[in-house]
Design a protein around this ligand. Sequence first.
Ligand code: ADP
Ligand code: TRP
Length: 329
Amino acid sequence: METVLSGMRPTGNLHLGNYYGAARSFVKMQDEYNCYFFIADWHSLTTHPKPEDIQRSARTILAEYLACGIDPEKATIYIQSDVPETIELYLYLNMNCYLGELERVTTFKEKARQQPDNVNAGLLTYPTLMAADILQHRAAKVPVGKDQEQNMEMARRCARRFNNIYGVEFFPEPQNYYFGETAIKVPGLDGTGKMGKSNGNCIYLFEDEKSIRKKVMRAVTDNGPQAMNSPKPEVIQNLFTLMQIVSAKDTYDYFDSKWNDCTLRYGDMKKQLAEDIVQTLAPIRERIIEISSDQEGLDRIARLGAEKARESARKTLNEVRRIIGFKVY
Ligand code: ADP
Ligand code: TRP
């Protein structure tokens, strides 16, 4: 069975975009692959988070992942910093990565622009740590968004270079994995193309009913359809895209035909959309509350996940040490 790995930095609560774009796909994958899902808390250190926030944010996102349906019996779920083996592989891989290529990574350049007073070496070697995350389980597939393409290219280069330098066929070159339906992009409610934490336009999985309804009712719209069967401007298309994602097909078709014959009232459509989002998220929210109330259970899951991940990482690392010429413990 092929191995799949993916990770997410614990930078806030999960939102509808994370759910439809990532978490829901993971849930589907866990039945078909040997899956590792992890919380990339070391990666979040590049922005120097407060020590008191580290444990809490990892636990929060762990509970939210589980509430989406990721099953610790099927997939290995762990927290990156619980698997120190990663760091040793990160060191070896860093020896084969070059300053020029790391400096050319777009995400590095962007971050360097965003935080000019903190262009640290961890930021520069972010892609090597990501490669270590992936290669330590010799993962073949990595479900990530388009923004991670360059990091994935570095991971493939790390694998290829290691194999070439030592004349082995040890690491598979990990491939980006997109679902058939994955090109799904959940739009924001503010007329922008993408729901995202940094855009401040999210509906969070944990959000309560009142707050969801308020946000949807405030979504940006225009003056309404002006001519029969006219194309939808982006802000309106966003509402329809959201409806396509969360509502029943009949509901979507009903409002679509109202748009086409110019009888659509945005208030009605928003009310329905809010209702469908509330219905979709209610069971997830309930599970988040239930799962978060059992911190011991969460600790147990994280511990078990770390054990499984460490076992897999140690196996790889022993081989790597042997290939490089070090003692194997
Ligand atoms: P954010 O953009 O809110 O910071 P992340 O970059 O942490 O989210 O993304 C985590 C995962 O969720 C990635 O796999 C990404 O592709 C997916 N994702 C984030 N926002 C969306 C969205 N609006 N639509 C679809 N997928 C998304
Ligand atoms: N860089 C990813 C992000 O910002 C998170 C991540 C870290 C990751 N290590 C990974 C994703 C390994 C996939 C595989 O979203």
